[in-house]
Design a protein around this ligand. Structure first.
Ligand SMILES: C[S@@+](CC[C@H](N)C(=O)[O-])C[C@H]1O[C@@H](n2cnc3c(N)ncnc32)[C@H](O)[C@@H]1O
Length: 374
């Protein structure tokens, strides 16, 4: 598989020029480390989940619509086929479900499918070839999407840190309580942080409950998302400089009277970055999965052109929400300021990295729970 493409896919860096990556050796080191880590964690569980299956069902949740979207599935299919061939066993057929919100550009995504299928078919076309059938599954992954016990392998990359909604309760008597912040930041009041945590608990347990019904026993899920290094949510640590830089950029615009303060005070991202402990707790509380492995990876972006690349990446992920709340005209100047704020941070030798957590879950035969739900 094309490693740079895999990294783009895993990190949600689609839409950026490849040369900007290739030019930076530090970036290449980071890229290689991340790829190896995510690939290792994806392919072995996929092999285990699909070992004896005639028709392998795979779902990619929050797949988006870019060219890189199909890369992980392609790699899984290729590896399953190679393993079967080595064992001189018949190749399975594949059913691939691509999920995202209904607003996703499924037309763009489906236009890539014929080439994807052809490529895999050509690689394995030794008498009969392989069958790869692809279907869209529009809808929120915070709920049921597929029939009971119909999936063998589920992946979700850089999507699950998005909550189903901005947590309720961020207003007090109609007044915003997370003033000047755009998510649960070190400057947020403790009640805001608690609301975010409760929304994460509700959403992630709904996600697990839904998938537990859809996966066969022994089926695997590889979930990779932005996370937190610190377990204590109330510890005042700035773990997400990209979001902090956005809050700062917005406050600059308020001081320059380019946007109204109330507009900023009422804006919050539906985003939660869990710690490994929080993920583990939710998995145990829900009780349908065991944890095969979990890894926390810190992306250190302390190198020269990082602010530029990071700001573009961040823009790709957040632009539509910002546009919706503040209007389109603010976008260009806002992200210029965002890049500048990140550069200032870098110059001051402040951290501009982030943490990513990947967890591999296996569907148990029985449901168990060691915790009582509070
Ligand atoms: C950063 S992109 C990641 C895309 C792709 N998995 C990758 O790694 O390149 C996040 C995707 O998650 C999708 N998403 C967010 N919340 C979702 C939900 N509740 N259900 C399904 N998809 C969701 C978004 O629409 C977006 O396409």
């Amino acid at each position: 598989m094309d490693m740079v493409r895999f990294f783009h896919m895993a990190q949600g860096l689609e839409g950026l020029g490849e040369t900007s990556y290739a030019q930076n050796s530090r970036l290449q080191v980071v890229t290689k480390e991340v790829i190896e880590s995510v690939m290792d964690m994806t392919l072995s569980p996929a092999m285990e989940a699909c070992a004896d299956v005639e028709t392998v069902s795979i779902a990619d949740l929050g797949c988006s619509s870019g060219r890189n979207t199909l890369s992980v599935v392609e790699n899984v299919i290729r590896t399953v086929c190679e393993r079967r061939r080595e064992a001189t066993r018949q190749l399975p057929e594949f059913m691939v479900f691509l999920n995202d919100l209904p607003s996703n550009d499924f037309n763009a995504l489906f236009s890539l499918v014929p080439e994807f299928v052809q490529k895999l078919k050509a690689e394995h076309d030794d008498g009969g070839g392989i069958l790869v059938s692809v279907a869209g599954a529009p809808g929120s992954f915070y709920g049921r999407l597929f029939p009971s016990r119909s999936l063998h392998f589920v992946t979700s990359f850089t999507s699950l840190h998005w909550l189903s909604q901005v947590p309720a309760g961020l207003l007090n008597k109609g007044e915003p309580i997370n003033k000047g912040n755009v998510y649960m930041s070190p400057a947020s009041p403790p009640s805001v942080v608690t609301r975010y945590f409760e929304q994460f608990q509700e959403d992630f347990s709904m996600f697990l409950r839904s998938r537990s019904q859809e996966l066969v026993v022994g089926g695997r899920m590889v979930l990779s998302m932005l996370g937190r290094r610190s377990h204590d949510i109330h510890k005042k640590i700035n773990e997400f400089p990209l979001y902090e830089a956005l809050s700062k950029s917005l406050s600059i615009f308020v001081s320059q009277k380019m946007i109204a303060e109330e507009k900023v005070d009422s804006f919050n991202f539906p985003l939660y970055t869990p710690s490994t402990q929080e993920l583990e707790d939710q998995v145990y509380i829900e009780g349908s999965f065991t944890i095969d492995s979990m890894k926390q990876y810190y992306h250190d972006w302390m190198f020269e052109n990082a602010p530029n690349v990071l700001s573009k990446t961040f823009r790709a992920a957040t632009e539509s929400l910002i546009c919706h709340h503040f209007g389109e005209e603010i976008i260009e100047p806002l992200f210029e300021t965002h890049t500048r704020v990140l550069y200032e941070r870098l110059m001051a030798e402040e951290d501009i990295g982030w943490c990513q957590i990947t967890v591999v879950l296996c569907k148990s035969a029985t449901r168990w729970s060691i915790y009582k739900k509070k």
